[in-house]
Design a protein around this ligand. Structure first.
Ligand code: ZN
Length: 249
């Protein structure tokens, strides 16, 4: 009888071990899936040129810098919820987005912010514009990625290149492009509580960009060249956004 109980107990312990192994395996599989998914999904937040990389300034630079023109649109790199949107002494106008996979992304030195705390955002949605507010010497986006949470010591910061692909200083990046270079978002999603642009499409001199428009489709429709369109509007890239007002003459 005693022997029977002992065998029974051993069987239970073995079953527990097997299920723990199984659960442990499942867990790490899930973790790596999350990471893969995050890396596949994120897009570059703005057009520009990489002006500083992660880990410089004696390791204190916990983000990546993208230099560009004042008011270049800044996009959410993935779906998420605005955790903070405020004016900081150091970061300047800054937006923090918490993503479903627990990553937090930070967009600093913005000239303007177009989202507020608690608002949910879609990937590619414009959250603000590039600027040089706070402790910034030139117009650029300072972008950070943190696992789990942002902390003052930036303990959980990771190199954005891990998720967005390699970006050497001097390299050009495109808003809406994934790490493989594929454009995930061609014209940024513009939703939320942005104020309506008053001008309309009825004038001859201006054209208001509609969703799905490209520079070449507008050029064809308005009988103008893409180069002329870009020149008239001082565009440095082909990126246009819905509701953007373009000069066409
Ligand atoms: Zn920076």
């Amino acid at each position: 009888m005693r022997d029977y109980i002992r065998r029974f107990l051993i069987a239970i312990i073995m079953a527990l071990c097997v299920s723990l192994l199984f659960l442990g395996g499942k867990h790490s599989e899930a973790a790596s899936l999350t990471e893969t998914k995050a890396s596949e999904n994120m897009i570059w937040p703005s057009d520009g040129i990489i002006s500083d990389s992660y880990g410089t300034r004696e390791g204190k630079h916990k983000g990546i810098d993208i230099a560009g023109k004042m008011n270049t649109p800044i996009l959410a790199v993935a779906d998420g919820m605005v955790e903070k949107s405020y004016l900081s002494d150091t970061y300047g106008n800054v937006v923090f987005i918490k993503h479903p996979n627990k990553y937090v992304t930070v967009y600093a030195h913005l000239n303007s912010r177009s989202v507020s705390k608690g608002q949910s955002v879609k990937q590619g949605q414009i959250i603000g514009s590039m600027g040089k507010t706070g402790q910034a010497t030139g117009t650029h986006l300072h972008f950070e990625i943190h696992r789990l949470e942002w902390r003052y010591d930036k303990k959980f910061a990771i190199n954005p290149e891990k998720l967005l692909g390699n970006a050497e200083v001097g390299g050009v990046v495109r808003a809406g492009a994934a790490r493989n270079g594929v454009m995930v978002v061609s014209a940024p999603v513009k939703t939320g509580t942005d104020k309506k642009i008053v001008s309309n499409t009825k004038t001859d001199i201006h054209y208001t960009v509609r969703r799905g428009d490209t520079l070449s489709s507008i050029a064809t429709e308005k009988n103008i060249t893409v180069a002329k369109l870009k020149e008239l509007n001082e565009l440095t890239s082909d990126l246009i956004v819905p509701d953007q007002v373009l000069t066409i003459k």
